[in-house]
Write a protein that binds this ligand. Structure first.
Ligand SMILES: O=c1[nH]c(=O)c2[nH]c(=O)[nH]c2[nH]1
Length: 286
């Protein structure tokens, strides 16, 4: 009996690409998760560790970002074909390239503002005691993105600070908000929609110097338009998008090609409240 190498393949999984197509102030947005697997004559590396036929998976990832800049990204099928054909054409030892793409949909809210397609969740928690009733409404998973109109600079720098200052970045978050009503009677549906519209409008229209500032704008617009709401608590993850350094490939990245980061993420939390309302009767954050 001999032990032999069976079918095998290798590649880079889940390269998270955000491509912004800029046409003046109006931006297009493509958000992909790209996985690549190559197969062919790859026995040497398995049998002896001879890597002379191994294109690094790191190179595959770089190719995704470089091609996004060089060719733009249209339909996912087109981009997948472009990549797969490239690897088979340029790598003689590769017989087969499998490229799978997940494309996340975003709906347009403005020239450079988007809302991630898909469900968000409406929530409510009511607490009834012998002498008081409290109604808390909320939303989770409302994902918003501005592809510009966001800066971050002037922050504290200490010996561990490496973050470059920026005057043009992506600002994206998944809104998690809870708000406390003044009364146990309201048009709940209208109130919910009004609060969500106010948060979305404030996110879109605030030229942002920090997510903290955007949080305050969102809370302020909710309270100024909804007299039935006493207080709102916002939890905003800063969904970081890192500019890809394409200069090593002699390509300029003018805020067009981003790595969509997963974790860690910034977490910006704050309560915006009226100063003349009675305090909450229960621990309504819970
Ligand atoms: O809007 C931001 N607020 C921060 O507090 C922060 N910190 C950071 O690294 N990036 C950002 N962005």
């Amino acid at each position: 009996m001999a032990i032999v190498l069976g079918p095998n393949r290798y590649g880079k999984a889940e390269t998270r690409l955000v491509r912004v197509h800029r046409d003046g102030d109006t931006h297009g947005l493509v958000d992909l998760n790209v996985s690549i697997a190559l197969s062919g004559d790859l026995s040497a590396t398995h049998l002896t560790g001879d890597n002379s036929g191994v294109l690094p998976t790191d190179t595959m990832k770089n190719t995704v970002y470089a091609f996004a800049k060089q060719h733009g990204v249209g339909e996912p099928e087109e981009f997948a074909l472009l990549l797969a054909r490239h690897f088979v054409r340029t790598q003689g030892q590769v017989d087969s390239a499998r490229v799978s793409v997940e494309s996340f949909g975003w709906d347009r809210l403005g020239p450079h503002s988007f809302q991630r397609r898909g469900d968000h969740t409406r929530t409510t928690v009511v607490t009834v005691t012998r002498d008081a009733t409290q109604v808390v409404s909320g939303i989770t998973g409302l994902v918003l993105m501005n592809t510009t109109a966001s800066e971050f600079h002037g922050f504290v720098r200490d010996r561990y600070t490496t973050l470059p200052e920026t005057t043009d970045r992506i600002l994206a978050t998944a809104v998690d908000a809870k708000w406390r009503h003044l009364s146990d009677e309201a048009d709940w549906g209208k109130s919910f929609q009004g609060a969500v519209d106010a948060m979305t409008t404030a996110f879109v229209n605030t030229y942002s110097f920090s997510l903290q500032q955007t949080l305050m704008s969102m809370g302020t617009l909710v309270l100024s338009g909804r007299p039935e709401i006493a207080e709102i608590r916002l939890t905003l993850p800063n969904k970081h998008h890192y500019l890809v350094d394409l200069s090593v490939f002699n390509l300029e990245n003018e805020n067009e090609v981003f790595i969509a980061g997963d974790r860690p993420y910034g977490l910006i939390e704050g309560t915006v409240t009226r100063d003349d309302v009675p305090p909450a009767t229960t621990e309504w954050y819970l």
